[in-house]
Design a protein around this ligand. Structure first.
Ligand code: NDP
Ligand code: 13P
Ligand code: ZN
Length: 352
């Protein structure tokens, strides 16, 4: 089935971005009338960074708080969180942490039909606000429809203490909007796939602003975090407008999902998508050198070596990427030949 155009756009009602905004969580919950029985879904590292803080803040207000640490964004973790939510009669879920904790909380909340809050601890991906969840099942990652968070609380003080690598990955996820939209335009022209001018324009504008500001994105700067978080929110809104991840996920994302499958160790989602964007932009005949330069300026990986993945897995992922989501037409068409895969990876200096 092709990516259709949903008539129902789901967007968060409250979006808080700034220094110390985590302290406003009780006001947000009151504003949204979420009840007094939250289940906090967090990760093993991020529990200590913000999960416990969120629990303390909600308990101080008299809420009956439960917490669960999730390890990966898999269907089995979603089932485990759903069980906890039902057992504790959770009136809402709070996803505190990285992409995987937020996606698990988002999808579990959708399935048990309770509201969900997104509290990112890193600006590493644009799922912090979207109405999608990327969940792994049977060795494959699928983007599933989910309810958008009722609120996003992005505390730039917490996020600026995260390793810089996560912020640079978030930039890669945003820059990939360029090729995602090119693929979407191609599918619109060649297969008559529905296309949203507004979603595409918002997605491209977000990537352009980020690329134009690439040299001001630096470690230990809360202003950089603020800029990237705003871009991630904007990109997530583009996905909500489209009703699919089309404006922010094209063949560069299929390459990243393929790498997750074929490589023994994978890098961060945004790092893989950024590197994929260089190669896919080459295939589109676009300015791939500019993409590469921007990622270099930001400090994101632009070669297989920097990504920590052997050349052979890059080539394997390029060869199978078109099979990841066959219903989504992209520049990869029915697949690259081994010679074409090697050519794109060598010319763009992703492999040496
Ligand atoms: N739903 C959507 O629309 C989208 C979903 N995604 C998905 O999001 C995921 C990628 O998310 P991403 O965050 O890049 O990667 P991960 O979820 O893999 O998280 C990376 C690591 O960063 C750690 N971490 C997070 N915050 C901090 C911090 N402040 N300090 C120290 N460590 C920290 C996490 O700890 P811990 O172990 O505690 O979690 C985790 O170990 C993928 O599964 C991807 O498919 C991506 C884009 C859009
Ligand atoms: O990562 C995403 C957008 O940045 C979501 O895309 P997917 O639909 O490929 O999971
Ligand atoms: Zn992404």
């Amino acid at each position: 089935m092709q990516d259709g155009m949903k008539k129902w756009m789901q967007l968060p009602r409250d979006v808080l971005v700034g220094h110390g905004v985590i302290n406003d969580i009780n006001d947000v919950c009151k504003d949204l009338k979420l009840g007094n029985d939250p289940l906090v879904v967090t990760g093993t590292t991020t529990k200590k960074i913000a999960g416990d803080v969120v629990c303390d803040l909600l308990s101080d207000c008299g809420d009956n708080v439960h917490i669960v640490a999730s390890t990966d964004a898999s269907m089995s973790e979603v089932e485990r969180v759903k069980k906890e939510a039902i057992e504790h009669k959770a009136s809402y879920l709070v996803g505190v942490g990285s992409g995987k904790s937020i996606d698990v909380a988002k999808f579990a909340a959708t399935q048990v039909d309770v509201p969900f809050l997104s509290v990112p601890t890193a600006a590493s991906h644009d799922g912090i606000v979207s109405s999608r969840a990327s969940i792994r099942s049977e060795g494959k990652t699928t983007s599933v429809e989910a309810n958008a968070p009722m609120a996003v609380i992005a505390d730039t003080e917490i996020i600026s203490r995260a390793p810089y690598r996560l912020l640079a990955a978030g930039c890669g996820d945003i820059i990939s909007n360029y090729t995602a939209v090119k693929d979407w335009e191609l599918a619109h022209r060649l297969t008559n796939e529905p296309f949203s001018e507004y979603a595409a324009a918002l997605s491209l504008m977000t990537a352009r602003i980020l690329i134009d500001s690439a040299d001001s994105i630096k470690p230990d700067l809360e202003s950089s975090v603020r800029m990237v978080v705003k871009a991630l929110v904007s990109s997530g809104v583009a996905m909500s407008i489209a009703g699919s991840s089309r404006p922010a996920s094209g063949s560069e994302h299929m390459f990243s999902h393929a790498l997750d499958m074929v490589a023994p160790e994978h890098a961060l989602h945004g790092e893989q998508c950024g590197l994929g964007t260089i190669m896919i932009m080459y295939l589109h005949g676009g300015d791939w050198c500019r993409i590469k330069e921007c990622l270099e300026v930001i400090g994101a990986p632009t070669t297989a070596e920097e990504l920590g993945i052997e050349d052979k897995y890059i080539l394997e992922a390029l060869l199978v990427a078109h099979t990841i989501r066959p219903e989504r037409y992209t520049i990869l068409g029915t697949g690259l030949t081994p010679a074409a895969a090697e050519k794109v990876a060598r010319i763009t200096k992703v492999i040496s």
